[in-house]
Write a new protein. Sequence first.
Length: 164
Amino acid sequence: MIENGKFAAIKYTGFFDNKEVFDSNEDGDLLEFEIGSGMIIPGLDKAVADMNLDEEKEVRIEPAEAYGEYDDARVQPMPIDQVRQSFEPQEGMVIEVGMANGMTMPAQIKQVTDSEVFIDLNHPMAGKTLNFKVKVVDINDSPKYGSGCSSCGEGSCGEDGCCC
């Protein structure tokens, strides 16, 4: 067991039930995070907290412990004229949407009609069951392997947790 507040460094491969890999750091840098801090999805955080150094296992994480259930209410219409002031919308496009707090978040255009554009504000992994093959490589009292998410190469993790 790894105590809350400790930093765990892991190697992992994330895959869907059909074995399609959606993320992995097997050939890259370790993913290091603070146990219990909310830096990664809750199900993976809990699974790693129950592991020991050098332990390897596979875990299955239901949507509620990953990126949440898919919520139809998060698909919002926007007037097409308003959208066309910035760009020509096309189904499947991923756009940045400004939030009331000044932050932006990605959204996918689900449908374009003559009068509206329907944008999906759900996380792309919402509603999906995720599987991880994970190995605890190191445990420390403070970060040892740098900051940010190794799997996406960004300098910091997203607002919803980590890239994985």
